[in-house]
Design a protein around this ligand. Structure first.
Ligand code: SF4
Ligand code: SF4
Length: 523
């Protein structure tokens, strides 16, 4: 199936420390973005191909890279700090799923950081300028740029390493800064930048235009009506409703994502909440974060504000998407706020799981968990949700609320081993803008630790399905899980489980009607 070795699972629930190899993943970065993609994102596009058909760097690339590094270390104090304070204790070395899976020494978090740190030292510290050999400082060369491109695109910005670092050094932030610098010298990733261009042009990552989206949603309404006999609405661009739902575009048709979207719609229907999707903001994902570009992240986030204002909604709720929730939870207010035109009764934004759990606690949803009795569930904590956000108003809500919902709708649930869940969770292997087929080897190898934990609970406790709340995790797992002997349909959306268990009693969905707002008591 693959022209590289797929790691062998032991079924012991944990992964040992691998032996260190060198350059096993050298030169295996993603395809490079062409100038058109760069231009659309306001990055320099004055570069082309050489006589061998290879992309060159922009003219004067070295000065431009150093200027950008200088700009970023002043803009983000944390970046300067992270570059300065590493003591090389080694606590992070075996914590990265990509090092575990590939054994490449440069995929150790500290080594990954050092690729940028060595250049920072050479040009921006006294010791590095005058005694570079003493402090491991190096000149910025094209070889260094190649390593930056390869290895900063072998970091999913999952932040697992930072949990184990005694100084809390966040490799993800260094990786974002490196990608921002690379984008300024003609080394953007095709996958990320093409996707961001589609959001600017069409409104979502998949390039799904408004009419196609409308068709898709009408099809879903028919499917649900055929299945349940009840007309559950999937409204688009409906002004005057309570809720604007912003969800990853994969929810519109990919499996198992779309089953989650059906679950959200059923929850709104049954709770009597009027809601809508927006063709202008038909994407929750914000790949601007992956490439470390504040400006592009802001442009994407502003579309959500524009949609909310145009549609005159009272609340914004996000669907199941890991990094979208990270951007929304941490930055939406500063990127696109203030949201003083929304109802102050509700947090801005809310996660669909917070809403569903609130409704369950208030007894407003009738559930029949026996509908999921054909499966034994476990739950994959998505990195961005687990290590960069919260849910609800208590610490740890991001771990408890998804599990509470699953336990409310399923009778059989078990957790994977403790050192692979909650804030120690392993990345799916494709976060941070790496969900592209040109990185299949990395994706398969990076999934090894999660697959090891899954195999353990599958063999020891009869787990049949793994639920996730991130579009990237779901897409990655359905693709790589067969390499490890599982089948794609073993991955499910959490709201797919809700959808199965939810008893629909309300005959008609609530429609846009300003007067109906006063009746809403949803959490
Ligand atoms: S942030 Fe995640 S992917 Fe990046 S180095 Fe740390 S553990 Fe590895
Ligand atoms: S754990 Fe932190 S201080 Fe120690 S080597 Fe890693 S990044 Fe440096």
């Amino acid at each position: 199936m693959a022209d590289y070795e797929v790691p062998e699972l032991k079924g012991e629930g944990y992964v040992g420390i691998p032996s260190v190899l060198h350059d096993t993943m050298k030169g295996k970065g993603p395809f490079i973005a062409k100038p058109d993609f760069q231009e659309a994102m306001c990055f320099p596009a004055d570069f082309g191909k050489n006589d061998y058909g290879e992309w060159e760097l922009v003219p004067d690339w070295k000065n431009r890279a150093l200027e950008k590094l200088d700009d970023l270390r002043h803009r983000y104090r944390s970046l300067q700090l992270y570059l300065d304070i590493c003591v090389k204790c080694g606590a992070c070395t075996d914590k990265c799923h990509y090092f575990i899976g590939t054994q490449d020494a440069k995929n150790m978090p500290v080594a990954r950081q050092d690729l940028l740190r060595k250049v920072y030292r050479r040009y921006f510290t006294f010791a590095g300028k005058y005694f570079p050999w003493l402090v491991g400082a190096v000149d910025l060369t094209e070889d260094v740029v190649d390593d930056w491109y390869n290895y900063y695109h072998q970091c999913s910005q999952c932040r697992r390493c930072s949990v184990f670092c005694p100084y809390g050094i966040d490799t993800a932030e260094i990786s974002m800064a490196a990608r921002e610098i690379l984008n300024h010298i003609g080394r953007g990733s095709k996958y990320n930048n093409e996707i961001i261009g589609k959001v600017f042009k069409i409104g979502n990552n998949l390039g799904l235009p408004g009419l196609a989206l409308k068709d898709t949603l009408e099809g879903l309404e028919e499917d649900v009506e055929d299945d349940t006999g009840i007309k559950v609405r999937f409204p688009l661009d409906e002004a005057g409703v309570d809720v604007l739902l912003v969800t990853p575009s994969a929810d519109f048709f990919a499996e198992p994502h779309v089953d989650g979207l059906i679950g959200y719609a059923k929850v709104f229907h049954e709770a009597g909440v009027s809601w809508t999707l927006s063709s202008h903001a038909s994407e929750a994902a914000n790949f601007g974060m992956f490439i470390g570009s504040y400006e592009n992240m802001r442009r994407i986030a502003l579309r959500i504000r524009e949609a909310a204002e145009q549609l005159k909604v009272r609340r914004i709720i996000f669907g199941e998407c890991g990094h979208a929730w990270r951007v929304a939870y941490n930055f939406l207010n500063t990127l696109a706020g203030p949201f003083d035109f929304l109802d102050p009764k509700y947090p801005v934004p809310q996660h669909i799981l917070e809403v569903t759990w609130g409704l369950i606690q208030d007894g407003r949803l009738e559930l029949n968990p026996a509908e999921n009795d054909d499966r034994v569930l476990t739950f994959h904590d998505s990195c961005n949700v687990a290590r960069a956000t919260r849910m609800g108003d208590k610490p740890g809500g991001q771990f408890e609320i998804p599990r509470n919902v699953i336990r409310a709708v399923c009778n059989h649930y078990v957790d994977m081993p403790q050192d692979t869940i909650h804030d120690a969770t392993y990345c799916c292997g494709s976060g941070g803008g790496l969900l592209t087929d040109d990185l299949m080897e990395l994706r398969v190898k990076g999934a090894q630790p999660r697959m090891e934990a899954l195999k353990y609970v599958a063999e020891k406790q009869g787990v049949t399905h793994m639920a996730a709340i991130c579009a990237i995790c779901k897409s990655q797992f359905t693709k790589v899980i067969p390499y490890y002997g599982f089948s794609m349909d073993q991955i499910v959306s959490v709201h797919q489980l809700v959808s199965n268990a939810l008893v629909l009693k309300r005959k008609v969905s609530v429609q846009a009607c300003p007067d109906s707002r006063d009746m809403d008591k949803s959490p």
